[in-house]
Design a binder for this molecule. Structure first.
Ligand SMILES: NC(=O)c1ccc[n+]([C@@H]2O[C@H](COP(=O)([O-])OP(=O)(O)OC[C@H]3O[C@@H](n4cnc5c(N)ncnc54)[C@H](O)[C@@H]3O)[C@@H](O)[C@H]2O)c1
Length: 349
């Protein structure tokens, strides 16, 4: 039995607690929130669980093996560090940390104590993303051309981060999982209209082999849209996450170039075949993810959404933030996704 404590019972925390309760092999020992109203909700929903306003009751408890951190991003590092120092496995919300140095430190600490870090990249555990990865891996789409995502709605405004740090981790973690490569350059633009944080932003990522990705994130959209287009050499698909059934539609459409010798006489033919909607597993992603957290701990397996995966996403977020600051200057990245330092200007004498 893995005994867990959950820190943070605001918007997302109740989903984490509910799913821990639904999985055999986890026992929720305590839930912590600084906000008394949240604690009242905990006590009402789960009378058997210790409800505390002090995170140390969880972080330092000898009766807890793993800690879930479901608080705003600025608090992830200190809470995760304390949990690891107290020899507890960590499940931490996206985005992993505020910067890559913090992520590197937590990864090193977990390795030193032989503990697991799992970053909540929830979408990787949806039937839709699993199906997309399968269609890429089995060659159905052919070589990838692009990933283009629209993730917009009205609110929920966050007070500590901009729309990129709030919404883009979803697409960045999905891209990291399905493209299975590191971007070579990132260009981003965004604007803030209300609270000093960008509320509308566009990110373009350039991957090896001409794969290009684009993400549009927006808190000021009148309608909620969660639509992604993924184009490949052989097939293209549209993933509408708001569809109850038929979330993914695969189109047997494409373009063939017949004659490459003479650019002026290119023979372009368009292929337009069938559309099909593959069966997508209906699972609650968070439940599947937490069950996998249990499995990784008990079998001593490295999660696919481990600290390193969280770090890759944080590096992409940092690059996007840096590009926005420089008014859409391209940020070039090395093979590990680390931004190259700008060439220093050599003073002339
Ligand atoms: N995976 C997903 O799909 C998903 C969805 C929503 C939010 N999130 C992530 O979950 C995290 C929390 O987001 P939210 O929307 O629930 O925020 P929220 O502000 O609604 O809730 C956070 C809660 O944490 C509590 N808290 C903050 N610091 C604390 C501390 N030191 N000790 C105890 N309690 C503390 C606050 O009182 C609040 O109740 C963020 O990292 C966010 O990005 C993930």
């Amino acid at each position: 039995m893995i005994r867990v404590g959950v820190i943070g019972y605001g918007y997302w925390g109740p989903n984490i607690v509910r799913n821990f309760f639904s999985i055999d092999g986890f026992q929720v020992q305590a839930v912590c929130d600084k906000n008394p109203e949240s604690l009242t909700k905990v006590a009402k929903a789960y009378p058997s669980v210790v409800a505390t306003p002090d995170a140390r009751d969880i972080l330092e408890s000898p009766d807890i093996d793993a800690v879930a951190i479901v608080t705003p991003v600025w608090s992830h590092f200190e809470l995760a560090k304390a949990a690891l120092n107290n020899h507890k496995h960590v499940f931490v919300e996206k985005p992993f940390t505020c910067n890559s140095q913090q992520a590197e430190e937590l990864i090193e600490l977990a390795d030193r104590h032989n503990l697991k870090i799992m970053v909540d990249h929830t979408f990787l555990f949806t039937g839709a993303v699993k199906k997309i990865r399968q269609l890429i891996d089995d060659g159905s789409l052919g070589d990838l051309y692009y990933y283009d995502s629209l993730r917009v709605n009205l609110g929920l405004f966050q007070h500590d981060v901009n729309v990129i740090w709030d919404l883009a981790p979803h697409d960045l973690s999905i891209m990291d999982y399905i493209i299975q490569d590191t971007p070579q350059a990132i260009v981003a633009t965004g604007e803030s209209h209300l609270n000093g944080h960008e509320d509308v932003a566009f990110i373009t990522l350039y991957f090896p082999r001409n794969v290009i990705a684009h993400i549009n994130v927006n808190w000021l959209s009148p309608v909620k849209v969660r639509t992604t287009l993924i184009g490949g050499e052989k097939k293209m698909l549209v993933w509408n996450d708001l569809e109850a059934d038929e979330k993914i539609k695969v189109y047997d459409k494409g373009v063939t170039i017949g004659n490459r010798e003479n650019l002026h006489q290119l023979l372009v033919s368009y292929r337009s075949g069938d559309m099909w909607a593959p069966q997508v597993q209906q699972v609650e992603a968070l439940k599947a993810e937490l069950a996998y957290f249990h499995e990784c701990i008990t079998t001593n397996t490295t999660p696919l959404n481990d600290g390193a995966a969280g770090l890759r996403v944080v590096r992409m977020l940092e690059a996007a933030a840096s590009s926005i600051r420089k008014r859409s200057e391209a940020v070039l990245l090395d093979q590990a996704g680390v931004a190259f330092k700008p060439a220093r200007t050599v003073a002339t004498v």
